[in-house]
Every structure is written in C-alpha cells, then in structure tokens.
Design a protein around this ligand. Structure first.
Ligand code: FES
Length: 613
C-alpha cells in the first residue's frame, strides 16, 4: 500500500515539525520570567483613595435618562477623580465588544478619552524611565493584543524595552502593557498554540487542520502496522530453540537436515553451517540475492514483494534474510557461493594516491583462495577507536589532509565489502585498494571500515568472509570489453584487466578489445596509471582512457567526466551489439552511464555493474 506509506510519511513530517516547536516553546515557558513575558516590566497598579462629595453628585437617575439606553451605571475613578461609567452594551469579557460612556459625577458632562487623557492614564500605570514618544488611536484589533475588540489608544514610551501602553478609548481601562519581552513571548505562544494567524486563540483553522493530519498519521500508522503484521514482519520470539530443517538443491536433491536457532534468520542460520548464500546487502533485504524456496503459505514481506513476481511468490520464492526457521520444515537452496570464513594477516600497506591505500593480506593457516576477477570479500570490522587522519601518511600526501581535524573516534562493529584488486586462480595473498573515506561534513563520522583498515599495522589480522563472485567476465564471448570506473571503483576493474592480460594467465591472454574509461580528479588521483600505460604498449587490444575533472595545465588527456567521454566515443568502439560493459564507481556515475547506454539502445544483458563497495 504505497499510498498509505506516503500519507504516513508526509503526515509524520508535519507532526514532527510541530512536535519540535512544542518542545522548544515548552522549554521556553519553563525558563522564562513570567512578569517580563506578560509585559509587566514597567507596570504599576495604583490603589487611590478618592474622596467623593456625595452632596454634589449628579443624580444617577438623571444621568441614566440623559445617556439612554444603558444597562448599567457604575461609580468608579479615572485619574483619581470619581466618574460614572455607563454601559450601553456589555460583552462576555472585557476585551469583547463593549460600548461605554464616561460622565463627570459633579456636572453630568460626558468625558472623552482624548490624546491628553490617554497619555495621562498611560503614565499613571507606568513606572519606567521613558517618556512618551507617540500616541495613536487604533480600531480593533491591535497586534500586541489580538483579542481586544474595542478601539484602543497605543502610547509608546522610549525606554530600553520599547514599552507600549494600551488604553481602551471607551472606558479608559488599561488593556495592558506590551514590550520586547512580551513580544518575544508572544512568538513562542504563537508557535506553541499554532496561532499563526495571530488571533489570540487556539481554536484556529490551522489547529483543526493539524488535528486532521494527526488523525491521518495515526490511522495510516495503524493500517500499515496491521498490513506488516499480516505479511509476517513481526514475530514475537521468546526463548531460542533449535529447529531441524530439511535442505534441498534446486534439482530436488537432498542436502540433509540442519538445525537452526529460532533467533537467527535463515541467511545467518545457513552460514552457521558454512552454506553461504549470495548477498551484497548483508541481510538488509535490499539486494534480493539470498533467494530460497520455502512453503508458499509463509507470508512474504514488502522487501520480497519488490524482488519477486506474484507467480514466484506463489511458488514459494522468498529471501532467506527475511525469515526465521519457526514456520518452515524444508527449504530449497537456489544458489550458494563458495564463500568461507578466513583470517587475513596484513603484510603490506601503502598509499597509492593522497586518499587511497593498497593493502596486501596473506591468508592465515597456509590456506589459499581461488576466485574470479571482480570478486569481493566481506571484512568484519570490530568495535574500536581509530584516527581521522591515517597514520604513516607520507609528507607528499600530508597537504591533502590539512583540512581534516586530527582526532580519534570510536565506532561500533560492522561489516563491509571490498573487491579484490588483483586476479588470481589460486592465491595465498589478496590485494585491495581502499579509499579512506573522510566525513562528508564536519560533525559526521568518517568511513569506519576504511579508516580502521587503513590504520591497521603490518602483522595485524582480520576476519573475512568470501570470495563472493557476482561481477565477472564471461569467457565464452568475443565481445569488446568496455570498462568504466572512477575512484576506488578501480579495484574489480583492475582485477578484470589483470585477468584478461596478465602474464600469469599467459595461455588465456584475451584477443578481445578492451577499453578502460577511468575518471579521477587530478593526475595524482589516477591509480596505477603507470601500469596501465605499460599494458597499452604491450597489448595493442588494450586502450586506457583516463579522464580528469580537475586537470592541471600539463595534462593533455581527456578532461571532464568519464561517462561523457564514453558517450562521445561510443560510436567508434564498434557495433553496439558487440560491446559488453562492466561498471564500478560511485552511484551517480553508474546511474548516468546506464542512462547513456539505455538511450543508445544497449541491452541490459550487455551491462554488468558492481555496486560501489
Ligand atoms: S541478503 Fe540481501 S536481500 Fe537478503
């Protein structure tokens, strides 16, 4: 249900933003000075004893007749003098629409709150050092008191907090003081109560809309949760048990029974028995490589929906990393790798560019490993502490690291895949080219595995699993090989070139044309350039096309980006149906090359790519 997920995602963004605003404004309300936030920095409340000469008072009945219709007459004081306050219309609250008349108690004449009187009333409620800067009469509402519905005088004082005193024009009532502190508090009130229209109320349209969005967030969350539950995404696991599962090959041959822990997924459970399924995502459900067949009644996950057709799902195709042994009795293994666990010992480590190292390992225990060029190994990086700037950096490369802050950082255990950078039929030594991945920006963690491995000392050991052979050249083809790569995507491509042309494979040196487009920033970043130029001299069928995006003036080769140089030269490489492409580099480069090849009509089956590891 992608539309449910989309609604849930965007609703959670809206609710999440408002939640952060509630949190920050709530913290402000807890730490603020409440007197200041109410604008009372320079506010005084006078209690005056006013003597009234009752003998001279105009009869209230006369006043009521004169200023009718009135609902109430009150004897009150204004500027220390007694006055009658006649109410003609009374709202539920003081700030609601009210109609008043003020009358002199001794002569029965109406008193108007003019500018002078408003100033005098404002001064009477003000204790600060400022003097009046301006006085203006405003019709309702006024921005500092949005709920005020009656005409109001605003008297501004030139003090340190820009105090404004508001006096109601009809009654002379002090509506309130406002100043910089109150205005700041008002902003937080606005954020907290979502009063973005400054209505002085939380019964706003935006609050109603927000409640509606929250309702959708809850509903879509519930629907999504139930949907995932039906797909078997949630499993309550109590105590680990052992469970026997019968294994079969895809030709229906029995492989015997193995026991699985009910707490381990099928991918890990098989690995315990040295049956290593293909995987490039390490069990994340994204690569779709760990295919098995199990009882079709076992519910599939959303990850499996994106990797299998409905027909395959109905036949029982599933991803081993997505299921546990609880629900199954037998399982058909579609594909296994020859990967095994090995311990490697570092025997050589040196920089081949400012940020890339070549690491050579020896397989411990006198074992040897055979693999096809393009294979990769999975390194298990232990939790550790390592340096942001690699140790043993030569003076030549130090300037390239000057912008990095030298510090140590701690990291958790993880696993990472690295391609072998040399070909081999059988070897005891493995070579890798590893780019030391700096943090993408200040405050983020640098690449854990690359820093750990490039800081290893000669003699140190590390556990690996492999080889995984998923990117390799098929022998039974005569098509031209077109290799495209950048950065440390060099490793599997170098292994392929080595396999096709190396003297160690003398009897297999290929007659196929090989074009190698390799992108780098500057000449110093071109890995193994010397070796490739030598190969072009020895093998007329090998063509090395380095492309620099930031060349210096000495550079006479291709400039720009490897994918565009490939695009402009594609027509001279031969018939497009006679080309076979091998790609390895950053995702952006791979995507662009694939789109170029698609536009040229090159079939998918002639394009292989190694996801940048
Ligand atoms: S391991 Fe990648 S999908 Fe299962």
């Amino acid at each position: 249900m992608p539309w449910i997920r989309n609604i849930h995602k965007w609703a959670s963004v809206i609710v999440g933003i408002q939640f952060l605003l509630w949190l920050s404004s709530g913290i402000y309300f807890n730490v603020m000075d409440h007197d200041k936030a109410a604008g009372r920095t320079h506010r005084v409340y006078l209690q005056t004893d006013v003597k009234i000469d009752t003998q001279k008072l105009v009869d209230p009945a006369t006043v009521l007749i004169q200023f009718r219709p009135s609902v109430m007459l009150t004897l009150t004081t204004l500027l220390s003098k007694p006055v009658y306050l006649l109410t003609h219309k009374k709202g539920l609250y003081k700030n609601f629409e009210n109609h008043y008349t003020l009358v002199n108690v001794y002569n029965g004449r109406q008193i108007k709150i003019d500018k002078n009187m408003a100033n005098a009333l404002a001064k009477q409620s003000y204790s600060g050092p400022g003097v009046i800067r301006s006085s203006n009469l405003f019709a309702a509402p006024v921005s500092d008191f949005p709920r005020q519905q009656n005409a109001t005088w605003k008297i501004d004082f030139d003090d340190d907090v820009d105090t404004s005193v508001y006096v109601e024009a009809g009654s002379g009532r002090i509506v309130g003081h406002s100043d910089d502190d109150k205005r700041l508090a008002d902003i937080f009130f606005m954020l907290h109560f979502m009063d973005y229209g400054n209505e002085g109320s939380f019964n706003s349209v935006q609050m109603i809309l927000f409640a509606f969005v929250s309702l959708w967030l809850s509903l879509t969350g519930m629907i999504w949760t139930v949907d995932l539950g039906f797909r078997g995404q949630y499993q309550v696991k109590w105590f680990a048990k052992k469970r026997k599962v019968k294994l079969f090959t895809k030709d229906h041959q029995s492989m015997g029974s193995v026991s699985f822990s009910t707490h381990a997924n099928l991918l890990d459970g098989l690995a315990e028995h040295s049956i290593i399924l293909p995987s490039t995502c390490g069990g994340g459900g994204t690569c779709g490589r760990c295919k098995v067949m199990i009882n079709p009644v076992v519910k599939y996950t959303s990850a499996e929906q994106s990797h299998f057709t409905d027909k395959e799902l109905a036949e029982g195709y599933r991803l081993a990393c997505q299921h546990f042994s609880d629900d199954i009795e037998d399982m058909t293994i579609i594909d296994v790798t020859k990967a095994q666990k090995h311990t490697l010992e570092l025997i050589q480590s040196f920089f081949i560019s400012p940020v890339t190292k070549e690491l050579k390992f020896k397989v411990k225990g006198g074992k040897s490993i055979s693999y096809k060029a393009g294979a990769f190994m999975r390194f298990f990086i232990p939790a550790s502490q390592t340096n942001t700037i690699p140790l043993a950096l030569s003076d030549k490369f130090k300037p390239y690291w000057q912008h990095i802050k030298d510090r140590t950082f701690e990291h958790a255990a993880c696993s990472r895949n690295y391609s072998c950078a040399m070909s081999s039929i059988t070897t005891e030594e493995l070579v890798f080219t590893i780019k030391v991945q700096s943090a993408p920006e200040e405050g983020l963690q640098p690449g854990v595995a690359s820093h750990y491995l490039c800081n290893l000392s000669v003699g140190a050991t590390i556990e690996v699993l492999g080889p995984f052979e998923e990117f390799y050249v098929t022998d039974n083809s005569e098509k031209t090989l077109v290799l495209v790569g950048a950065g440390s995507g060099m490793a599997p491509l170098r292994a392929i070139i080595d396999e096709q042309l190396s003297v160690s494979f003398e009897s297999h040196i290929t007659p196929r044309e090989i074009y190698f487009f390799y992108g780098a920033r500057a000449e110093i970043d071109l890995l193994y350039a010397h070796d490739f130029y030598n190969l072009t001299k020895k093998h007329a069928n090998f063509h090395y096309i380095p492309v620099l995006s930031r060349p210096d003036n000495e550079w006479s080769g291709a400039t720009g980006y490897a994918q565009y140089i490939l695009e402009s030269n594609l027509d001279i490489l031969g018939n497009i149906n006679g080309l076979e492409f091998y790609l390895c580099g950053p995702q952006g480069l791979m995507d662009e090359v694939i789109s170029i090849l698609k536009n040229k009509g090159i079939k998918n089956e002639n394009v292989r790519r190694d996801l940048f590891k």
